[in-house]
Design a protein around this ligand. Structure first.
Ligand code: FES
Length: 82
């Protein structure tokens, strides 16, 4: 694996959080811990983007994704880490 840092930004607005970003956040944190990726993944939260109806929103390295869940977010993260 290369040493690039992957930046993950999660919408922590109440709608995205209720729609699934709370589980997405736990899944990402578990994935980081289990794989010792603390130095490779930068995790940030941000406020509502005003696009709540297509949430939950997550941006990975600046690419925005909507309607994510805890499984597909890990797949996307793995791809970015390759
Ligand atoms: S709460 Fe995420 S877009 Fe509004």
């Amino acid at each position: 694996m290369a040493d690039n840092i992957v930046k993950v930004e999660l919408c922590m607005g109440s709608s995205c959080f209720a729609r699934g970003n709370s589980s997405v956040l736990s899944a990402i944190e578990n994935f980081i811990n289990e794989n010792n990726l603390e130095d490779r993944v930068e995790l940030e939260g941000h406020l509502c983007l005003g696009r709540c109806n297509t949430g939950p929103h997550v941006a990975i390295n600046g690419k925005e994704y909507s309607e994510l869940d805890e499984d597909n977010v890990i797949d996307l993260l793995k791809k970015e880490l390759e």
